[in-house]
Design a protein around this ligand. Structure first.
Ligand SMILES: Cc1ncc(COP(=O)(O)O)c(C=O)c1O
Length: 396
């Protein structure tokens, strides 16, 4: 049986009739830029996460750029972000004219090592950008305390984590800005690119809305130099069909994660880290898995509501991750390496001072991380196939 990493048709085609109706509604409306469809989706997502303002944007990437532009971050400034993330986090900082300053990550929750972030603050630091990687919150109490100590804003890259929570608070609403991606592989996956930027600050929301449409208010009167960062009404209409199913998608992802944890965790050589506290492991200096562990399965912190955009294993030992991936591919099981090269090792950032420091956990995660199928429509037989393939890899 083949098990894809993601099966978009399994999610979308059951909604085909409603999607066609939404398409026809937009077609007949004749409104293809902003308007009620975009406002409608913005309102529903603001409600879902409990934000005062939601701004539909052309992609998650543009959402981050828009947040940076709205905060007036630019040349000469530094923004702190983790090195182990998707490129857009750091790329947008660079595109704003500022310099990304990279931190190491916790090897158990995959998120920003906030103690390392604290060491990297300089007089030029203008913002902190934690990433809630794979669907789980970064250590937001520590991030917010650090930002408050230095009086600087926090931009939450919640591209992969819409609806996830930290100590009961929805991600994206803890910092100054939060960004969600609507890229097809995200938990609310669109039909092309899209994103949502949220904030509780009315003034910043107004500025972001203006910058989203060339900095004009009214049309053709440009107060600021903005860009074209608008979400399409067609995208918004189609996503509005999927949004009522979002809780169900999340529930099924959580069920799938629990099933993996139970069944994979029972295989000899596979361990789940016990994340007792909110502080990341590096801060404690302890590695909470037995020494004979070959594969570490991901752990949600008890205070986090994880939404499992990815279920990411750490395959320990030189070359073992790639060997497992090859073994899964031979059995027609999809997997992906998120991410093979940390940001401080990227060619385009080679000239940055912050690229010249060792970030041992980020480097290690790039060699060990392997994401396996977790999408909501994955059935138990498919999961059993994945579990059996991993088990026979460890035996063989
Ligand atoms: C962590 C992270 N940041 C930013 C982005 C950018 O989002 P988008 O692909 O919608 O531009 C993504 C999505 O790919 C992501 O995973």
């Amino acid at each position: 049986m083949s098990v894809p990493l993601l099966d978009l048709n399994a999610q979308n085609l059951v909604l085909e009739d409603e999607l066609r109706t939404a398409f026809e509604r937009v077609l007949r409306s004749g409104q293809f830029i902003l308007g009620p469809e975009v406002q409608g989706l913005e309102g529903k997502i603001a409600e879902l996460v409990g934000a005062r303002h939601a701004i539909g944007v052309s992609s998650g990437t543009d959402g981050i750029l828009l947040a940076l532009m709205s905060l007036g971050i630019g040349p000469g400034d530094e923004v702190i972000c983790p090195s182990f993330t998707f490129f857009a986090t750091a790329g947008c900082i660079s595109r704003s004219g500022a310099s990304p300053v990279f931190t190491d990550s916790c090897p158990y929750c995959f998120n920003m090592d906030v103690a390392d972030a604290a060491r990297k603050i300089t007089p030029r630091t203008k913002a902190i950008m934690p990433v809630h990687l794979f669907g789980q919150a970064a250590d937001m109490d520590a991030v917010m305390a650090l930002a408050e100590r230095h009086g600087m804003p926090v931009i939450e890259d919640a591209a992969q984590s819409m609806g996830a929570a930290y100590k009961g608070r929805k991600l994206g609403t803890i910092g100054t800005f939060g960004m969600f991606s609507l890229f097809p592989s995200k938990n609310l996956g669109g039909f092309g690119d899209g994103g949502i930027l949220v904030t509780d600050d009315g003034e910043l929301a107004g500025k972001a809305r203006m910058l989203r449409a060339h900095g004009a208010k009214p049309k053709y009167f440009h107060k600021l130099v903005g860009g074209n960062f608008r979400l399409d009404p067609l995208q918004a209409a189609l996503l509005s069909v999927k949004l009522p199913h979002y809780d169900g998608y999340t529930r099924r992802r959580r069920d799938n994660a629990s099933y993996y944890a139970e069944r994979l965790g029972a295989i000899s050589g596979i361990a789940r880290a016990s994340l007792a506290e909110s502080l990341c492991v590096r801060a404690h200096g302890a590695a909470p898995v037995p020494p004979e562990t070959q594969i570490v399965i991901p752990s949600p912190y008890a205070h986090n509501e994880h939404i499992w955009n990815q279920f990411t294993l750490r395959v320990l030992g030189a070359g073992r991750r790639d060997a497992l991936r090859a073994a899964l591919t031979r059995k027609r099981i999809g997997s992906e390496v998120y991410y093979p090269v940390p940001m401080h090792k990227q060619e385009c950032f080679a000239n940055l001072d912050s690229s010249r420091v060792a970030l041992p956990n980020a480097e290690r995660l790039a060699e060990e991380a392997l994401s396996i199928p977790i999408y909501p429509e994955l059935d138990r037989a498919q999961q059993d196939e994945v579990i059996a393939a991993i088990g026979s890899f460890l035996e063989g």
